[in-house]
Design a protein around this ligand. Structure first.
Ligand code: PLP
Length: 345
């Protein structure tokens, strides 16, 4: 199977496993695990923040972030199809009592004008208090779309002027940083809290970082325990994160080249793919024009040995490249996919 369903399917490499096996460990919850301490130190610098916290998942990082930035009954604004709104089981409502206000976006992005217009007038006895703007880069539902720095800056500025807190779901922000050719700190620095996932394109078996100011991270550490996410000899996994930061960041560019190459080949074969939208490691394919449902197309592709998944749009599938997908896999997928979907290839 050519595994293009998600970059979360990537598996720890032999080098990563060796680093894990030899990791120095201690009681992480007590701050005694040197490998976790080092990953958190490096993570904070990488993400442009004072401190970072090592957590089991990006979902937990996002949910802790929302909770420390708000009070129950507050409102969080963001693009309507972002992960925290549609793919975290209503976590903002469950864990933080938040009202989620999704705004229509362009390729996963909202504008400063939308933020300004969405903030509710100051009638505190009626309206929920708009409190957080949450953004996502790269944007999963928008096919790995990247916020350009000049798009981000006015939204950040508007939020600051309005006294709103800012969270970045940067689960794939290193893909964004590599695509833009900028330090990740330039993306993460302007936010109050930043999530980075280690188990997607970075190839770790699990783990995420949440970064922010020392004050916010002290509160996040408390909530990590409240939510049951505090770990003990976690250095064994944090070692994978350190290995990934050393070996698996610049290579994300290879995943991007492969995704673009697949997109171009599929478009040339007559599939409804826009290569220009493959900004990072995603390719979106619309099987609607072929008269196929998403489920039928996924079944046919799987039978041909290529794994894709659906998206929030019923006839749009996605292929995601990652460190276990080779050039040869891309060449083969470029032939197999059009054949399986009944177009020339
Ligand atoms: C943008 C985004 N945020 C958060 C997550 C959640 O990551 P995790 O599975 O580590 O909880 C995902 C997972 O796909 C994601 O794509």
């Amino acid at each position: 199977m050519i595994e293009l369903r998600s970059d979360v399917k990537s598996r720890p490499s032999a080098g990563m496993r060796a680093a894990m096996a030899s990791a120095e460990v201690g009681d992480s919850h007590m701050g005694e695990d040197p490998t976790v301490v080092e990953l958190e130190r490096r993570g904070a610098v990488l993400l442009g923040q004072d401190e970072a916290l090592f957590l089991p998942s990006a979902t937990l990082a996002n949910q802790i972030a929302l909770r420390i930035l708000s009070r129950p009954g507050d409102e969080v604004l963001g693009e309507e199809s972002q992960h925290i709104f549609i793919s975290e089981q209503g976590g903002p409502a469950v864990h933080s009592g938040l009202v989620c206000r999704g705004l229509p976006g362009q390729h996963g992005k909202i504008s400063a004008a939308q933020v300004r217009a969405a903030v509710r007038p100051d009638r505190p006895h009626y309206y929920p208090r708009t409190r957080i703007v949450a953004l996502e880069t790269t944007h999963n539902s928008a096919g790995g779309a990247v916020w350009q720095l000049h798009e981000l800056a006015p939204v950040v500025e508007a939020a600051r002027e309005l006294g709103l807190a800012l969270h970045l779901d940067g689960s794939r922000m290193l893909n964004a940083a590599v695509a833009l050719g900028v330090p990740a700190a330039d993306l993460g620095g302007p936010f109050d809290t930043v999530t980075l996932c280690l188990s997607k394109g970075l190839g770790c078996p699990l783990g995420a970082l949440l970064a922010g100011s020392a004050e916010l991270m002290a509160e996040a550490r408390r909530l990590m325990h409240l939510f049951g996410g505090a770990l003990r000899q976690a250095g064994i996994v944090a070692a994978a994160g350190l290995y990934a930061l050393d070996h698996n960041v610049t290579r994300l560019a290879d995943d991007h080249v492969r995704a673009r190459r697949l997109a171009e080949a599929l478009a040339a074969a007559g599939l409804a793919v826009d290569p220009a939208r493959s900004e990072t490691n995603f390719v979106q394919v619309d099987v609607g024009p072929l008269g196929l449902t998403g489920a039928e197309a996924i079944r046919r592709l799987a039978a041909a040995g290529v794994g894709l998944t659906g998206t929030i749009r019923p006839t749009v599938l996605r292929a995601v490249t990652h460190l276990d997908v080779s050039d040869d896999d891309i060449d083969r997928a470029a032939v197999l996919m059009p054949q399986a979907l009944g177009v020339r290839g």
